[in-house]
Design a protein around this ligand. Structure first.
Ligand code: PGA
Length: 248
């Protein structure tokens, strides 16, 4: 079995107190999990969750970060601030950030560089819209997102990056890509990474699937050759359901 990472993206859910409760329940329920476990609470809950998961196997992620290191950027959070709290991963390029906050591949590229420079690990999300899939453009969209988001990133840095393939039409909709369709794009992403870097490196990159991953479909997805984990929204908000995902 290769390396698997299952990450829970809590999005705009859970107050710090509620996040602390959920994290506490997870520390108890993730003891025997055979994969890497990551949770991404909101920025304001990170400190509380970091305290609760200390000494457990759970790793902490943030859902976003500024590309700037400091200065006059009202409302923003820097990589060093996250690092100080014990954050290890940062989710970048999520389709909700692209769609609602105007994040382009160029902005995401700058954020990836800031995260890597600070010694944290990016989880780079890519994925096509429904109309792009219907027009047969899913593969092209994902290749372009990878190429532009990873521009100027060295092979050594690429080894620290996790990719999450999340078809936008499958996020929060209950419509999962079939394991075959998902794996097809994972293979295409790996081929793209091989052309940008090397076969060897491409073979080692963790590529997660995201989009309505649930306890009843996780096993079939994880059984596919090129799927190395999941980025989970809705099903990560309940301790029992997230814990059952980890036992795929
Ligand atoms: P979902 O979200 O599991 O609720 O579809 C996935 C994601 O946005 O990462």
């Amino acid at each position: 079995m290769g390396r698997y990472i299952i990450a829970g993206n809590w999005k705009l859910n859970k107050t710090p107190s509620e996040a602390g409760e959920l994290a506490k329940a997870l520390t108890e329920q993730t003891v025997g999990a055979g994969c890497e476990v990551v949770i991404a609470p909101s920025h304001v809950a990170l400190a509380r969750v970091a305290e609760v998961i200390r000494g457990s196997r759970i790793k902490l992620a943030a859902q976003n970060v500024s590309q700037h290191s400091e200065g006059a950027y009202t409302g923003e959070t820097s990589v060093s601030m996250l690092k100080d709290l014990g954050v290890e991963y940062v989710i970048l390029g999520h389709s909700e950030r692209r769609q609602y906050y105007g994040e382009t591949n160029q902005i995401i590229n700058a954020k990836i560089k800031a995260v890597l420079a600070g010694g944290l690990k990016p989880i780079l999300c890519i994925g096509e819209l429904l109309e792009e899939r219907e027009e047969g453009k899913a593969a092209t969209v994902c290749r372009t997102q990878l190429e532009q988001s990873l521009a100027g990133i060295s092979a050594a840095d690429m080894a620290e990056i996790v990719i999450a393939y999340e078809p936008v039409w499958a996020i929060g909709t209950g419509k999962t890509a079939s394991p075959e369709d998902a794996n097809e794009i994972h293979v295409i992403c790996r081929e793209k990474l091989a052309s940008l870097y090397s076969e060897e490196l491409a073979g080692r990159v963790v590529i997660q699937y995201g989009g309505s991953v649930k306890p009843d479909n996780v096993r079939a997805l994880m059984a596919k050759s090129d799927i190395n984990g999941a980025l989970v929204g809705g099903a990560s908000l309940d301790a029992a359901s997230f814990a059952s995902l980890l036992r795929f």
